[in-house]
Write a protein that binds this ligand. Sequence first.
Ligand SMILES: [Zn+2]
Length: 113
Amino acid sequence: MHEVSLMATAVEVAEMHAREAGGTRIRVMRVRIGAASGVVREALEFAFDAVTVGTMAEGAVFDVQVVPTLCYCSDCSEEFTPASVFRECPTCGSFTADVLQGMEIELASLEVT
Ligand SMILES: [Zn+2]
């Protein structure tokens, strides 16, 4: 995962929303990342500080919410949080589970002034 380019895009989108809302400064930026998305929270926070210099989001509070992985096993209709990257169903041992959440990388909310 390239956290810097990811953050640069996120900040661009955030600035667009802030302008549409008539704001000049982004005070708080909240993002949601899935535990299975491959994004490293610390790297994202570091990237945020780097890419916001000179933007509307410079000095903003950056809030990262990590969404736990949730899988669904179609073999036994069980929802579970996988213990490993192999997503083995703890009930029936199947490896065919679908990921319901945990892959997302999204802008959750903004506070603009
Ligand atoms: Zn199962």
